[in-house]
Design a protein around this ligand. Structure first.
Ligand code: BDR
Ligand code: CA
Length: 311
């Protein structure tokens, strides 16, 4: 099994990914850490707890970042995920509570308990991972892999012409996390925009998942409306599930190794700029940052099929 900590801001597509990691017996969810992003952090925590309860599981949830490290917070994308993060459908309150530790402390402690074993799957703004790095820089040697849903190399952005939402929400945190020296895989819009979860698939998932299925199916309706208007597609991009798919089905992706830097200020704030390993540039700073793996292509149909099969 693959032990992971899932860092998330649920969020409709986060909810789909949470259902996936809890459904797959080959993934051990050691914990979830929450961040503001699609919703305020308290809402993210409440949604993470509720989704875990609906899946009939008990997983520690640690609440984290309430705002970016140093930029003015963006407005919440209520037109994408609703005010409650799950398409403004009726939701019961969770019965369980978050653990008495911040997300960053949780990341530091769990990686001390299981050095070299844990993969961090981060599908929201990256403040929790950046703060963990600040508290304990040695965490880079204790983490097996960091899989990040965020960024875009060739595809352009989804909040600005160049910036993807998770990176735009906290570009300073993202720059630290990409370049900390731990093994990073970026699963960005270059692949998530090529993956569409259709209404038919979601109807079958809803039917198979009981009360959790109702929440996934109804929130999907709201999210898919946004995709119909914004991208003209019939379905939605299951961004955060693609990061989980990378863990389980790496053969469905094509990755390229190189240097990646985040534009932290100005009009292009949040842009992820990539230089492939073999390229040489006059500006030496581009070869000084650590090498990471960036997903450039995906078999989107096979990934959607895998999502359906798993759920
Ligand atoms: C990312 O931004 C959020 O809205 C989604 O949950 C996903 O993590 C896509 O750009
Ligand atoms: Ca997310």
């Amino acid at each position: 099994t693959t032990p992971i900590i899932f860092d998330t801001d649920p969020g409709v597509d986060d909810a789909q990914a949470i259902a996936l990691i809890l459904a797959d017996p080959a993934i051990e969810v050691v914990g979830m850490t929450t961040t503001y992003g699609n919703v305020p952090v308290e809402t993210a925590t409440s949604n993470a707890l509720l989704l875990t309860e609906l899946a009939g599981q008990t997983v520690p949830v640690a609440q984290g970042a309430a705002r970016p490290l140093s930029k003015t917070p963006n407005p919440f994308p209520t037109f994408v995920h609703g005010v409650n993060g799950l398409g403004d459908i009726d939701l019961p309150s969770p019965k369980t509570q978050a653990v008495d530790q911040t997300a960053a402390q949780f990341l530091v402690e769990k990686t001390k308990e299981r050095p070299g074993e844990l993969t961090l799957v981060a599908v929201g703004p990256l403040g929790n991972l950046a703060t963990a790095l600040q508290i304990d820089p040695n965490i880079v040697d204790r983490v097996k892999q960091v899989v990040i849903m965020g960024g875009s190399v060739k595809q352009g952005g989804n909040v600005t012409p160049v910036a993807e939402a998770n990176i735009y929400s906290d570009p300073h945190a993202a720059q630290r996390v990409f370049n900390a020296g731990w093994p990073v895989v970026m699963v960005g819009l270059d692949v998530t925009h090529k993956t569409h979860l259709s209404p038919d698939r979601m109807a079958r998932i809803q039917a198979a998942q009981g009360e959790l299925g109702r929440v996934l199916g109804e929130s999907y309706g709201f999210y898919a409306d946004f995709y119909r208007k914004a991208l003209g597609i019939d379905g939605c991009c299951p961004h955060d599930s693609c990061a989980v798919a990378w863990l389980k089905k790496p053969e469905l992706f094509k990755t390229v190794r190189g240097h990646l830097n985040v534009v932290t200020e100005g009009l292009a704030q949040g842009q992820t700029v990539f230089a492939p390993e073999e390229a040489t540039f006059a500006e030496p700073r581009w070869s000084q940052t650590p090498l990471i793996d960036v997903c450039m292509d995906i078999d989107g149909d096979a990934v959607s099929q895998w999502i359906e099969d798993t759920l």
